[in-house]
Design a protein around this ligand. Structure first.
Ligand code: URA
Length: 208
């Protein structure tokens, strides 16, 4: 289940992120801003309940988000650039971390850290800007599922995806909802997305 969030503001900001001359500071700000906009759409279907609320004039049953606090889980390290935006939108969310790096030869994910809150009855938003081979994304969802999180309580959000990665992800986790801002053309021989925006982690943190 793939949704492309093609709001003009998201697309405009993404174009500036792709520009190789965009500074680290601006790249970081734009990622946070785009994630705020994407987060607004992603959270559209969260279930509501009501609480009796006294306004200065009368008492009403007013809507609030039902259930336990959401969990935002950045896939380290570039996912942190997105979790900042999501947490601005949902400040009371819990935060987990899944640390995965890509083996440079096999392009397969190597896990080095998992820290998650108690999972029962919570919705998880996994975030990682680049859905490239799909291997890290599949791995991150595997981690949640092994702890008992059902597919319909997992949302995966990326900025840019490659068709190859989306295919791998959908084969492994067909019932997990994926949101992206752009579905790009393809992967290159180093498993970078084309046209993409380069290495999201390096551009976000100013590393090489
Ligand atoms: N990771 C990145 O940061 N960029 C890509 O293009 C692919 C994976």
């Amino acid at each position: 289940m793939l949704s492309i969030l093609d709001h003009p503001l998201i697309q405009h900001k993404l174009t500036h992120m792709r520009d190789k001359d965009t500074s680290t500071r601006t790249f970081r700000e734009l990622l946070r801003e785009i994630t705020l906009l994407m987060g607004y759409e992603i959270t559209r279907n969260l279930p509501l309940t009501t609480v009796p609320t006294e306004t200065p004039l009368e008492t009403i049953d007013a809507p609030i988000i039902a259930g336990k606090k959401l969990v935002v889980v950045p896939v380290l390290r570039a996912g942190i650039g997105m979790s900042d935006g999501l947490l601005e939108l949902v400040p009371s969310a819990r935060v987990g971390h899944i640390g995965v790096y890509r083996d440079p030869d096999t392009h397969l994910p190597v896990e080095y850290l998992v820290r998650l809150p108690e999972v029962t009855d919570r919705t998880f938003i996994l975030c990682d800007p680049m859905l490239a081979t799909g291997n890290s994304a599949v791995h991150a969802v595997d981690v949640l599922k092994k702890r008992g999180v059902p597919d319909d309580q997992i949302i995966f959000v990326a900025l840019v995806a490659a068709p190859e990665g989306v295919e791998v992800f959908q084969k492994a986790h067909p019932q997990v909802q994926v949101y992206v801002a752009s579905l790009d053309r393809c992967l290159n021989e180093h498993a970078y997305i084309l046209p993409g925006l380069g290495d999201a982690g390096d551009r976000l943190f100013g590393t090489k």
